[in-house]
Design a protein around this ligand. Structure first.
Ligand SMILES: *Cc1c(COP(=O)(O)O)cnc(C)c1O
Length: 438
């Protein structure tokens, strides 16, 4: 019998693949995926954070079943429907006043970022946007145009885009030095090539996740906010991967002590269903009717899923769980550093964690192949996680927010074993030839 993974390769376009090992799943249960071979795989990725409640959470199943039992149309494009209105009202109630104007609902972090990028320019009449090197805001033309991730090299950028460095304490000489030099470059940009009165917005990730799970230096974004306020530059905060409880607070930006003008949600908002949101002041997010729409946005099924996710995060206190289990996980991972010299840095907030692998702790040379081999071996042992980073050497942990301490410990034991196997040469490099990664 032909396996699922082979059928997938023969039927689906690899343009949409980002594969690291031959994973084929037929079901899921909480923090576990069920492989076609019957194995239970502990999921430390949750599909890059999208499966925020884990797999088959009862609240999500019930909400989707209810919305489908008597489906209130398929879109809010030309008709109001209750789940879309309820989701929008809920979102307005959880964001700071400054942003609580109007909600634009979409399907993905990409379409929400793209809509925000278009709206800030159109509504302010300012043609420029500032964003960060290494930033990932999406995979559509308009969201790639304001991103700085090397996987999108060669893709045209927005004509008014300027990319500035994201301060990296591990690689840029510690928190203070990293922050100072990044601020200096922002100030240079504004006093030269990008006159502030021409800049509509600055797009930021509270943790630069696809760029390498980089946690910004304390106080850095406060200074960025001050500079932006001085010049009337809007702050667009992309909470797509690390928002909605993942960092241990409801919003990741709370820990930066800043107030966004516009907030982007995606991934975890739908708990695995496609729903995203861009939320901001009426003057921007109500710019013009029919300015940015797709046929089934605000469809009642995905909207109901989004509302159920938000309610479940509150009811089950999942932000608190992320803080507590995340701390436990980081403690265990810090301990792994003692036995695995390949671990250069362990960092993160709550259940957004990065483990940077280096060939040498002094030179910090990225251990790219070892990162790919480690997650390959982890998968063989029963643990799912992927890597990120502009150097492809940072293991990324974004498990379901429902993860327990026991599951965290179980996963770290598997990762420990995987690293030992890789470092002792027990994992064949040729295993990687079929997997391009990124
Ligand atoms: C994944 C991601 C996006 C894009 O979301 P998609 O659902 O892939 O369109 C945008 N911003 C950040 C920070 C992300 O991690």
């Amino acid at each position: 019998m032909v396996g699922l993974y082979e059928r997938d390769a023969k039927a689906l376009s690899r343009m949409s693949f980002l594969r690291f090992f031959p994973q084929a799943v037929i079901g899921g249960d909480g923090a576990y995926l069920i492989g076609e071979d019957g194995r239970r795989l502990l999921d430390f990725s949750a599909a890059w954070g999208a499966a925020s409640l884990g797999h088959s959470h009862p609240a999500l199943r019930a909400a989707v079943a209810r919305a489908l039992a008597s489906q209130a149309g398929a879109s809010h494009l030309s008709s109001a429907n209750l789940p879309a209105v309820e989701l929008a009202e809920k979102l307005l109630s959880i964001v700071p006043q400054r942003a609580a104007g109007r909600v634009w609902l979409g399907h993905s972090g990409s379409d929400a970022s793209e809509t925000a990028a278009r709206a800030v320019v159109a509504a302010t009449g300012r043609p420029r946007i500032i964003s960060f090197k290494g930033a990932y805001h999406g995979g559509t033309v308009g969201s790639m145009a304001v991103s700085g991730h090397p996987v999108q090299q060669g893709v045209p950028k927005a004509p008014g885009l300027s990319l500035i460095p994201y301060p990296n304490p591990y690689r840029d000489g510690g928190e203070h030095a990293a922050s100072e030099s990044a601020i200096a470059q922002l100030e240079d940009l504004l006093s030269g090539p990008a006159p502030p009165e021409e800049v509509a917005a600055l797009f930021l990730e509270p943790i630069q996740s696809d760029g390498g799970m980089i946690v910004p230096p304390a106080g850095y974004f406060r200074t960025v906010e001050e500079i932006c306020r001085r010049h009337g530059i809007l702050l667009v905060v992309d909470e797509v991967k690390v928002g909605l409880g993942r960092t241990g607070t409801l919003h990741a930006f709370e820990q930066l002590d800043i107030e966004p003008d516009i907030i982007i949600f995606g991934k975890g908002l739908g708990g695995g269903l496609p729903v995203s949101a861009a939320i901001g002041p009426e003057a921007i997010m109500n710019h013009k009717p029919a300015f940015s729409f797709q046929t089934v946005h605000g469809n009642p099924v995905c909207a109901a899923a989004g509302l159920a996710v938000l309610q479940t995060i509150e009811r089950e206190r999942l932000a608190d769980n992320a803080a507590e289990v995340g701390q436990h996980l980081r403690d265990l991972l810090q301990r792994l550093k003692n036995t695995h010299p390949i671990i250069g840095d362990v960092r993160g907030r709550g259940l957004s964690i990065g483990i940077e692998l280096v060939a040498d702790r002094t030179s910090k040379e990225p251990a790219k192949i070892e990162a790919a081999l480690t997650i390959y071996r982890a998968f063989e042992l029963g643990l799912v996680l992927y890597y990120v980073g502009v150097n492809s050497n940072v293991l990324e942990l974004t498990p379901p927010l429902t993860l327990t301490k026991e599951q965290a410990s179980e996963g770290v034991a598997l990762l420990d074993q995987a690293m030992s196997d890789v470092m002792s040469g027990r994992v064949d490099r040729s295993a990687l030839t079929a997997f391009a990664g990124w």
